[in-house]
Structures are given as C-alpha cells and as structure tokens.
Design a protein around this ligand. Sequence first.
Ligand SMILES: N=c1c2ncn([C@@H]3O[C@H](COP(=O)(O)OP(=O)(O)OP(=O)(O)O)[C@@H](O)[C@H]3O)c2ncn1[C@@H]1O[C@H](COP(=O)(O)O)[C@@H](O)[C@H]1O
Length: 97
Amino acid sequence: MPVEFLNHLKAVIRERKNASPESSYTAKLFSRGTHKIAQKVGEEAVELVIEALSDNDELFKNEAADLLFHYLLLLENRGIDLDEIIAVLEERHSGKK
Ligand SMILES: N=c1c2ncn([C@@H]3O[C@H](COP(=O)(O)OP(=O)(O)OP(=O)(O)O)[C@@H](O)[C@H]3O)c2ncn1[C@@H]1O[C@H](COP(=O)(O)O)[C@@H](O)[C@H]1O
C-alpha cells in the first residue's frame, strides 16, 4: 500500500505540471521553475536536519514528508522517474553481493 500511494502521488504531481499555477501549490512551484524547486528541497532538508536534533517525532515525520514531497517534485521537474533512482540503489546493492 505505501508504495502504491507513492506511485499515486507521483501521478498527481505529474498532472500538476500542466495545471494552472493558480490552481495548486504544486502547479505554482512548477511554474516558478528549477531554481525555486531546488531551493525548496534545500529548505526542507535543512528543516528536517533541525528536527533530527529535536526529540519531537511528529515534527520530524512532517518535515521528512515535506522533503520527500519536494524531492519527488524535483525529480518530475527534471524528467527523471523515482524508479530510475531506485535502479541506481539496486545497482549499487547488487555490486556489493
Ligand atoms: N504532499 C503534499 C505536500 N507536502 C507539503 N506540501 C506543501 O509544501 C509546503 C511546505 O511548507 P513551507 O512552509 O515550506 O512552504 P510555503 O510557506 O507554503 O511556501 P513558500 O512560498 O514559503 O515557498 C506547504 O505549503 C505544504 O502545503 C504539499 N503540497 C501538496 N502535497 C500533495 O500534492 C498533491 C497535489 O496538491 P496541490 O498542489 O494542492 O494540488 C496532493 O496529493 C497533496 O496532498
């Protein structure tokens, strides 16, 4: 189920690429381009690092979700599927067998 949801979210993000910027947060970020999307990934990564140093699991999970969401956006903006990143990990893993 979690993997299916991730695939569903990827599809929604892809749809938003062609949606009007006024219609959604995701569409607006796509309209602002690579610089803004990359900046958001950096911001969300820093926010996650800050929460990693706290003991609040709820805040940590929320920041982790924000980072994952914006990471998916960055991949979609680049035209690279998450499966291609997983393939890199699989290749690294198989090389260590
Ligand atoms: N999973 C998410 C998701 N996670 C985080 N966010 C947004 O990411 C932003 C992160 O918070 P920030 O305070 O860093 O950003 P902000 O202040 O809103 O934006 P800035 O102008 O400051 O950059 C918030 O606006 C969140 O709403 C998300 N926005 C949308 N989704 C999903 O994306 C899909 C498309 O949603 P829409 O974009 O609403 O169509 C749906 O399935 C949504 O559930």
